[in-house]
Design a protein around this ligand. Structure first.
Ligand SMILES: [Zn+2]
Ligand SMILES: [Zn+2]
Length: 254
């Protein structure tokens, strides 16, 4: 599994972009960053997008990713998410007001956009990747994901505060190769982290103990740009070389 980091921060600045990971050139994990950094040729290869939850920093580029496919040959983009997220996308984004309802606009016989429901705890195959979502603890319904392919597994938390189910599920996966954990705020902002459903370094470290797999590398993402240095310093003291701080342009080969 090849994971290319298009965006991995909790907000957008000149040098940071919101969350979007391109997997094996065909599958987007989140769509906070996609169309704004990929050539049209690379966008054409994308056939599926997984969305963890409906917040803007995870969906911002989706409207343009779909729009750029108008008039292309019979291909479509399928968005995979839990029902409540798909409903938000239908009602608030692709609603013929903010942006066209691309599920009713066709390239030949194929709609430009399709929606497919993911169910918490149930495995869905997308291409050659098995995807299992688990509910996490955010301010709106949100899932973390276990992605499995060819004997390798990746845990992606999405946006979450302290949570349980996904750690339990991952503990049972001997092939777990990496965890991508959100780390949004430094320790001094614990109150904001808790009311907004995000992690501080100490919350992250406590959750990581639930996994009980000290050999698995930890990749952090969703750092709020103005606090990134503090977050990294606080985590580095505990995790040392186990910690990897994702940056735009990174490629992880699992
Ligand atoms: Zn969020
Ligand atoms: Zn977010």
């Amino acid at each position: 599994m090849r994971l290319e980091v298009l965006g991995c921060h909790g907000s957008e600045t000149l040098t940071t972009r919101t969350v979007g990971f391109l997997i094996d050139d065909e599958l987007m994990l989140e769509a906070g960053t996609a169309a704004s950094v990929l050539t049209l040729e690379r966008q054409r290869k994308i056939n599926s997008v997984i969305i963890s939850h409906a917040h803007l920093d995870h969906i911002k580029d989706l409207p343009f990713l779909v729009d750029n496919r108008i008039g292309e040959s019979a291909t479509s983009i399928t968005v995979f998410a839990i029902d409540v997220v798909l409903e938000d996308l239908r009602r608030h984004l692709f609603n013929d007001s903010i942006w066209p309802d691309f599920t009713r606009i066709y390239n030949g016989n194929t709609p430009l956009l399709r929606f497919e429901t993911l169910h918490a705890g149930a495995c869905t195959r997308i291409g050659d990747i098995e995807v299992t979502p688990h509910g996490v603890s955010h301010v709106i319904p949100s899932v973390g994901l276990l992605l499995q392919k060819q004997g390798r597994a990746l845990l992606y938390t999405g946006d979450t505060g302290t949570t349980d189910t996904i750690w339990q599920a991952a503990s049972n996966l001997p092939e777990l190769s990496a965890v991508l954990i959100e780390a949004s705020f430094p320790e001094t902002m614990e109150h904001i982290a808790k009311v907004s459903g995000h992690m501080t370094p100490s919350m992250l470290l406590q959750d990581l103990c639930k996994l009980n797999r000290p050999e698995v590398p930890v990749y952090i993402f969703h750092m709020k740009p103005n606090y990134e240095k503090d977050i990294v310093d606080e985590l580095r003291r505990e995790l040392k070389d186990r910690l990897h701080v994702l940056q735009e342009g990174d490629i992880i080969q699992l």
